[in-house]
Design a protein around this ligand. Structure first.
Ligand code: GBH
Length: 482
């Protein structure tokens, strides 16, 4: 902080990886090309009433056909790494059995293009797009899906392991389980606490199977990771009911994944909070927790905003509790065992998602995770914000709010690294404006603007700002912002 005040650049560790992230269904389009079959997001987005304005990913940013231009833009902005996801139903159309060489060819072309541009590919195997055929056979609530995911990981690694060195198993399994099968605001739109908990376990098991398959298939220098949307949970007050609310949300939001993946198993309080909803004894088979705990090389953290909670009648409640935050439309809770917990919107600035801007949450989260996992390197695999970007008459997109958001969060991250956290890289969400899930195209997270009718890309001011950060491996004070 002292260096920042004196206007000195905040330098990041040598070799720090500066990148940007996307996900297949959010950008690719080409949903019926080269043998791809529908995923749960195709079905969901084509179901009336599920996605804002009836938007679908049918065309999205048309990245499938425009990836060369997108890689050229990444190169122009000096990105060192690009985190993308592989569409499972593109490379293994039925979710089992033979690969689609034509589907794999897209990722061969993409990664060839990245490597030629000097950009390191970082592949995520699963960013929420389960092949519909596997959902029809029960989806993540059934155990077989975890086995299928392990097989898919092996075939993807065999096909692309010579050119992709960093592999992420799952992106945000909390969302897959609890928004997909709990509140139903994400695909496949099912609502049931028991199914959501079963999905969480099978996502964990699928992760464990995938880690084993990846480590068995990839060169030993490769790195295997998972990206979790860890919740930086804060209690509204020190009242016992508020502390209990925070404990429950930490258990069902974080420890349900970090417990078995990093600390040997599911914590007892999580099981106790939810034992009326699922039979943990028959769900978790002998050996499952060991399989899930297969060592990973890096932990990916996605952070946007902290999570402020209270019990049902907190004396400090400002009376503005928003039950399910930005996903408030569903009457079904995505928080099994914590249905009574209230979520609060902190005072202060909000993004276009209604999420509070609080970089101290990133500092606290990275510091806590670092202290709880000595020796485990961390990577910020998503951070960013949506704002009401306007095309200005000069043809540019001036987005000082996004620059301020990124600056504040990178300053907080630099402080956490200075305090001892081993963070290896940072990926801005997102490279491009894209299909923002249930919000459709209404929310824009990109550093690069996309004009959807024409597909035209226009880098925003934030893209130019971020290029300077990557180029200098340092964050400098913002002009005229303080
Ligand atoms: C990430 O999700 C995704 O990985 C990415 O695809 C997406 O585009 C991006 O962030 C921006 O949304 O309201 O109770 O459900 C972040 C999803 C949003 C999940 C906030 C948790 C609050 C909990 N997170 N949400 S609740």
């Amino acid at each position: 902080a002292a260096a920042e005040q004196q206007g000195e650049p905040l330098r990041f560790p040598p070799g720090f990886l500066w990148g940007a992230a996307t996900a297949a269904y959010q950008i690719e389009g080409a949903v019926r090309e080269d043998g791809r079959t529908p995923s749960i997001w195709d079905t969901f987005s084509h179901t009336p009433g599920k996605v804002h304005a009836g938007d679908t990913g049918d065309l999205a940013t048309d990245h499938y056909h425009r990836f060369r231009q997108d890689v050229a833009l990444m190169r122009e902005f000096g990105l060192m790494a690009y985190r993308f996801s592989i569409s499972w139903s593109r490379v293994q159309p039925t979710g089992r059995g033979p690969v689609s060489e034509r589907g794999l060819d897209f990722y061969r072309r993409l990664t060839d293009e990245l490597l030629a541009a000097g950009i390191q590919p970082v592949a995520t195997l699963y960013h929420w797009d389960l092949p519909q055929e596997l959902e029809d056979q029960g989806g993540w609530p059934v155990r077989e899906t975890a086995e299928r995911f392990g097989e898919y990981a092996a075939l993807a690694a065999r096909a692309l392991g010579d050119r992709v060195a960093i592999w992420t198993t799952l992106n945000e399994p909390w969302c897959s389980a609890f928004l997909g099968y709990g509140s139903g605001v994400h695909a496949p739109g099912r609502t049931g606490a028991g199914d959501a908990l079963r999905a969480a376990h099978h996502l964990n098991l699928g992760h464990g199977r995938a880690v084993a398959a990846l480590h068995a298939t990839l060169p030993t220098s490769s790195k295997v990771t998972i990206s979790l949307n860890l919740h930086q949970v804060r209690a509204l007050s020190a009242a016992p009911a508020d502390l209990d609310a925070a404990r429950r949300i930490d258990a069902i939001g974080n420890q349900i994944f970090t417990g078995p993946i990093l600390h040997g198993g599911y914590p007892a309080d999580l099981r106790a909070d939810t034992d009326h909803l699922v039979d943990w004894g028959s769900l978790v088979k002998p050996g499952d927790e060991q399989a899930i705990g297969a060592p990973i090389d890096l932990l990916g953290i996605n952070y946007y905003t902290p999570t402020l909670v209270s019990g049902p009648q907190s004396p400090d409640s400002p009376g503005q509790a928003a039950r399910h935050d930005a996903h408030g439309e569903s009457e079904h809770s995505p928080w099994p065992g914590a249905e009574h917990v209230l979520f609060h919107r902190p005072s202060g600035e909000l993004t276009a998602m209604g999420w509070s801007i609080d970089p101290s949450g990133l500092y606290d989260l990275v510091s806590d995770v670092s202290q709880a996992n000595p020796g485990l390197p961390l990577m910020i695999t998503e951070n960013g914000a949506a704002f009401e970007d306007r095309l200005s008459p000069d043809g540019e997109i001036h987005d000082p709010e996004r620059i301020a958001y990124l600056h504040a969060h990178l300053t907080a991250l630099h402080r956490a690294i200075g305090a001892g956290a081993d963070v290896r890289g940072y990926f801005l969400w997102s490279l491009l404006d894209n299909f923002e899930w249930a919000y459709g195209y209404a929310k824009r997270f990109g550093a690069i603007h996309v004009d959807y009718p024409t597909g035209r890309r226009t880098p925003k001011d934030s893209a130019h700002w971020y290029a300077q950060v990557a180029r200098h491996n340092a964050v400098t004070a913002l002009p005229d912002q303080h």
